[in-house]
Ligand binder design. Structure first.
Ligand code: ADP
Length: 167
């Protein structure tokens, strides 16, 4: 049993937005180690493959590593979240809460996970005011219609979105 406080931040990250990156940086500051769990999630019909999503997360947070306190690892996963959490010895599940609309789902998921794994705590970080309205799904909709997403994602992600979706 490790004495390190390890957290896991699971998501689809299709693609990673400024909002996700903000949560990663903040969570890493309060944990010894943060595992960003990129869910393979074929059911959500991601536009980027699992390898692409992992790579994009890696590129986006490269500047956070070492300078930000806790270490950060990025790992794809397909299993039940609490099983994956146990695999990486995480005792904390990190989620980002944007609006009241996120609350119901997050509350229900946290409660079910707590029933199955009472030793694993869900920790919700409030979205920063700068990013609370950003959702990957809307970013993709805007990019598909050739809208400007530069306020929501990094220039690198913006470019990848227009390669993938732009006309
Ligand atoms: P999922 O498929 O689990 O919803 P997402 O990649 O959409 O995966 O989101 C992963 C987590 O990041 C969720 O907890 C979500 O609420 C949070 N999140 C998404 N966008 C933001 C944002 N702009 N600010 C803060 N948290 C966010």
């Amino acid at each position: 049993m490790t004495s390190q406080k390890i957290g896991i931040y699971p998501g689809t990250f299709d693609p990673i937005t400024n909002g996700h990156a903000d949560i990663i940086g903040r969570a890493a500051r309060v944990l010894d180690k943060l595992v960003v769990g990129v869910a393979i999630n074929p059911g959500k019909g991601p536009i980027f493959t699992i390898d692409e999503r992992v790579e994009l997360v890696r590129e986006e947070i490269a500047h956070l590593d070492n300078s930000n306190g806790g270490m950060i690892e990025i790992i794809p996963f397909q299993s039940l979240l609490i099983h994956f959490a146990r695999e990486v010895e995480a005792t904390v599940i990190v989620r980002g809460l944007r609006a009241v609309s996120d609350f119901d789902y997050e509350f229900q998921m946290a409660s079910m996970n707590a029933k199955m794994a009472p030793d694993i705590e869900t920790l919700c970080l409030m979205a920063s005011d700068k990013y609370h309205f950003i959702a990957s799904s809307l970013v993709k909709e805007i990019a598909k219609l050739n809208g400007d997403v530069s306020q929501f994602v990094s220039p690198r992600i913006q470019e990848r979105l227009s390669e993938r979706l732009g006309g």
